[in-house]
Structures are given as structure tokens and as C-alpha cells.
Ligand binder design. Structure first.
Ligand code: 3AT
Ligand code: MN
Ligand code: MN
Length: 509
């Protein structure tokens, strides 16, 4: 069709032919990203290094390892911190990689090491999830959020005895295929994050450009309510793979051209055609037990996925299996809009602020579902909010109806308020000295022409019943869903000052 022709006609070399204009645009992009607060300062970077070395100390203490020259557990980072694209409020994703010679097990890690964390005054909110798909201890060191994985190797591979590597963490250290030998599935999954990060760092032709493009895309996605794995949109690793796909194909392209290519390509992508960085390896490395690899021809589970973005290391999997139709529709629409802005950029008819300005999601829609997640005890809020958040995808999917032509437009930003701040929206009987916390989430609804409203009570009641049946629910944990018109939205959703530096906004809780 026409879009296919346009795709063929687009010539990245001709997009911004003047190198000077490329530089000017790249510099102004950097400036506006700084103003969005997506870069951390030196003090914050130092703090992260201190966190790493403290963690290394704790692991040494745990394994009674006093001799700096001995093999010790390595702390290896992955995720956005490893890629160098983390925002100031990003977590640190870390792997504690334990050589076979050290006499501790995964069970010890989740018991005695967790106890050590609990007794450490710099650590707080320790939350071990040993039974997760990828087992993890979530906690804070010096108020910085950490996701810590643990792998005990059976086959060590090389590089452990290099005496130049006695430093705390070591990101030069490469995970090798041989290290997968003898590992159970959760352990090999735990190596995956590091292997993906190390793969990307090895294949990206121009890392500085990759980082700037990815930081821009992540900020664009945040602002437009598209950044979240839990809600069925895309998260850090998904955006990272998409940006890498463009970067490896255009090693010479400037940052503005890469951004144009990014939106151009993925607005038009023929999903569910998968995005694959490197041919999927079906067979394991020599000596490694076969693992389940993403393969829609064989696994029915993989066949229904709408937006496959495949991880590049064995065993490859779809990193975006959570994406549903409403999310895909929103991603596509916003990418088209961004692509149009990018088209205007070379002619000076649009600039970066058009790409990154506060989204008009709320003024664009007439009907919304307002989901109000509240706890009377502020200490309970994170748990209750987390449970509700993890189920919201089910509500989003349930709202869509072909019969009424109802489509849902989910939005990933949450708005957190103290209960007292919202007297207007509270029931009149509210205790005015309550120090409860409320998080608001909004889903816009569009109906087929001629239909002004439809019966969604069945769907919302079912959802409310499901979350209220959670076994961890305590008194004071509540969920309320209302259909509101644009004119009845709380004013804070229109507050332009709300961005990710604002404490009241919790898009990344
Ligand atoms: P943030 O800056 O933290 O938002 P991130 O890329 O660090 O972005 P996460 O902390 O959510 O993202 O995840 C850290 C790593 O964990 C990234 C990836 O290697 C792994 N991971 C997370 N979610 C997935 C997923 N859905 N599929 C595969 N790997 C994942
Ligand atoms: Mn992270
Ligand atoms: Mn994380």
C-alpha cells in the first residue's frame, strides 16, 4: 500500500543532509533532556558507586572472604544502569555471580544473606522473592532501589583469577556460554539480563548515539504514558532492543536521523512480525541442557503475542509478552504522531519540545475510568498499589467490546495524593485527619459512533471483586472505579508542572 511505498522512499541520508544542522539539533536535544531531569549529577553517580562497593563488602562478609586476592562473588550490573541510560530515579539491577569454589547456595542467599541485609543499617525495605520467575531480592541501599539476583555457577568459565580485577564490581567481566552448563532454569534466566546488556554493548556501533536516542525514547514514552511492562506497554529492555535494532542498521546516522528512523520504522512495523536483533539460536551451547526458546511455530503461548520483541541471547524469549490490543493501538498512534513531528523537524516547523511536551491524553478524550487505589495506612500503600497495578491489564483487556465498538486507551502515569488533598473527590464522611494515601489511574474510553455510553459495570465489578479477594488485603485497602467525563477529572491531571521530578507523580513506583 501507500505506506509501504513511503517506507521505500524514505532516505535517511536526505533527512537532514547538513551536518551542521544535525549537530545543532543534537545539542538542543541534549539541553532539553537535561531540563527534563533525566541525567543524574556527579553526587548521584558517586552514590551509586558507593552502593556497589557496600554490596561487595556485604557479600565478602557473608562468605567470610577476607583475602582480597581470593576469588569472590562478583557484582555485575545490567538494565539501564549498565547501559548508561538510567534516570536519576532508576533502580540498580545487579547480579551477584558466585563462582563454584565458594561454599554458599541460592538457598543461603535467600536466607542468611537476606538476614545480613536486614541487620545492615544502610539497607531497608528488604523484599526477597525467592519463588519468582526470576528470583530476586528487592531492597534499598542508602535509599537507592536495588534489584539483586544471585547465580551460583557450576562451570566457572574464565577471567576469575585476573589479579587486576580485585575491584568491587566488574563490568568488563563477560558471561560466557559455558556458564550456562548445569544451571536450572531460574538461574539461567537470572544470567539473561546481564547477557542481554553485554550483547547490546558489544554490537552497538556508536554507544554515545545509542544512549542519547534511547534516553530520548524513554522520556518520550514516560511523558506519553507508554512506559511500563506491568501495564502491558514497553519497559526499559523492550525500548532498548528497538533502539538497538535501528542503531545497528545505521551506524553512521546522526541522532536526529536515528530518532526519525525509530519512529518511522516502528509506527509502520507489521506486528506481530517479531523484532529480532540476531537470528534466534534454537540449540543450546555445547553441554547445556535445552531451554524453552521463543518459537511461535511450536509454542501455542508464543503464537498469540501481539508485539514480539525478542531477546538476543540463548534462550531467546519475547520480552514484551504482556502487550495487549489497547496498548499496541496506543503505541502505534503515538509513534505515528511522533513520526510526523520528526518530519517537521528539519524544516524548523517542530522542535524537541513538541516531541517531549506533556501529553494531551486528558484533553483528547471525553470519557474516562478513574481507578482510585487507596490505603488508610501509608505503610500499606506500596503493597496494595502493587497488587492492583499488576492486575490492571485484566481490566484494560476486559473493557474492549466489539459489540459496542468500545476501545480502551490506557495511560501508564499514576497520580499519588494524600487523602486529605482531595476533599472534593472524597465522600463527605471522610475523616479529615486521615493520613491515607491514594493513587489514581485513568483509562480513556472511546465508543463507536452513535454510542454515548455502554454498560461497563459488569466488567469493573468483576475486577473490583478480584482484587478485593487478594489474600494479603488488609482493612483500609480500597479500590473504587468511576466513570468520569473530562469536565469531572481532578485538576491535577492537567497540571503541566507534573513531571517525573514531582514527588506527587508516581509513574515509576
Ligand atoms: P529502568 O531504567 O529501570 O526503568 P531497565 O532497563 O533497567 O529500565 P528493569 O529494571 O525493569 O528495566 O529491568 C532490568 C533488566 O531486567 C532488563 C532486562 O535485562 C531484565 N528484564 C526486565 N523485564 C524483562 C522482560 N520483560 N523480558 C526480559 N528481560 C527483562
Ligand atoms: Mn532498572
Ligand atoms: Mn529492575
Amino acid at each position: 500500500g501507500a505506506s509501504h511505498k513511503y517506507h521505500q522512499m524514505f532516505d535517511p541520508e536526505q533527512y537532514i543532509p547538513d551536518p551542521e544542522q544535525q549537530t545543532v539539533l543534537t545539542n538542543s536535544l541534549q539541553k532539553i533532556l537535561h531540563s527534563h531531569g533525566v541525567y543524574e549529577d556527579d553526587a548521584q553517580s558517586q552514590k551509586r558507586l558507593k552502593v556497589l562497593s557496600h554490596l561487595q563488602d556485604l557479600l565478602r562478609q557473608w562468605t567470610n572472604n577476607d583475602n582480597e586476592m581470593d576469588q569472590s562473588i562478583k557484582v555485575i550490573s545490567f538494565g539501564s544502569y549498565r547501559l548508561g541510560v538510567h534516570a536519576p530515579d532508576a533502580d540498580m539491577d545487579l547480579l551477584a555471580l558466585c563462582p563454584s569454589s565458594i561454599n554458599v547456595t541460592k538457598d543461603d542467599f535467600f536466607s542468611s544473606f537476606v538476614d545480613l541485609l536486614k541487620n545492615d543499617e544502610r539497607c531497608s525495605k528488604i523484599h526477597p522473592v525467592a519463588k519468582a520467575y526470576t528470583p530476586v531480592v528487592k531492597f534499598y541501599i542508602d535509599e537507592l532501589p536495588v534489584d539483586l539476583l544471585f547465580v551460583k555457577l557450576v562451570h566457572d568459565g574464565e577471567g576469575w583469577d585476573d589479579s587486576s580485577m580485585v575491584d568491587s564490581s566488574d563490568n568488563e567481566f563477560q558471561i560466557q556460554d559455558v556458564m550456562l552448563k548445569g544451571l536450572d532454569e531460574p538461574s539461567s534466566r537470572s544470567l539473561n539480563g546481564v547477557r542481554v546488556a553485554q550483547y547490546l554493548l558489544n554490537v552497538i556501533p556508536n554507544l554515545a548515539n545509542f544512549r542519547l536516542v534511547l534516553k530520548t525514547v524513554k522520556q518520550w514514552a514516560q511523558v506519553h504514558g507508554l512506559y511500563s511492562n506491568v501495564l502491558g506497554f514497553l519497559g526499559g529492555v523492550n525500548w532498548g532492543i528497538l533502539v538497538a535494532w535501528v542503531c545497528v542498521r545505521h551506524p553512521e546516522a546522526s541522532v536526529p536521523t536515528l530518532l526519525k528512523l525509530f519512529f518511522h520504522t516502528f509506527a509502520r512495523w507489521r506486528w506481530p512480525k517479531p523484532v529480532i536483533l540476531t537470528p534466534i539460536v534454537k540449540n543450546p551451547p555445547p553441554g547445556v541442557t535445552p531451554k524453552t526458546v521463543w518459537n511461535p511455530a511450536v509454542n501455542p503461548r508464543d503464537r498469540g503475542q501481539l508485539m514480539p520483541i525478542i531477546t538476543p541471547c540463548y534462550p531467546s524469549m519475547n520480552s514484551s509478552y504482556n502487550v495487549g490490543n489497547p496498548q499496541l493501538r496506543r503505541l502505534r498512534e503515538e509513534m505515528h504522531r511522533a513520526d510526523k513531528i520528526m518530519n517537521e523537524m528539519p524544516h524548523g516547523n517542530a522542535d524537541w519540545s513538541d516531541l517531549l511536551k506533556v501529553n494531551n491524553f486528558f484533553s483528547d478524550h471525553a470519557h474516562f475510568l478513574q481507578i482510585r487505589i487507596s490505603t488508610e495506612n501509608p505503610d500499606d500503600h506500596q503493597a496494595w498499589f502493587g497488587l492492583c497495578e499488576s492486575r490492571l491489564r485484566i481490566l484494560i483487556a476486559g473493557l474492549e467490546s466489539t459489540e459496542y465498538g468500545t476501545v480502551a486507551y490506557p495511560f501508564t502515569k499514576f497520580f499519588q495524593r494524600k487523602m486529605n488533598d482531595n476533599v472534593k473527590t472524597e465522600d463527605s464522611g471522610e475523616d479529615s485527619i486521615s493520613n491515607g494515601v491514594v493513587t489514581y489511574s485513568f483509562i480513556a474510553l472511546r465508543f463507536a459512533e452513535g454510542i454515548e455510553s455502554v454498560d461497563i459495570i459488569g466488567c469493573t465489578n468483576e475486577f473490583t471483586y478480584m482484587v478485593n479477594s487478594w489474600e494479603g488485603r488488609k482493612a483500609g485497602m480500597d479500590l473504587k472505579i468511576d466513570h468520569v467525563l473530562q469536565s469531572d477529572l481532578p485538576s491535577f491531571v492537567f497540571d503541566e508542572s507534573i513531571d517525573k521530578n514531582d514527588e506527587q507523580e508516581t509513574s515509576k513506583m
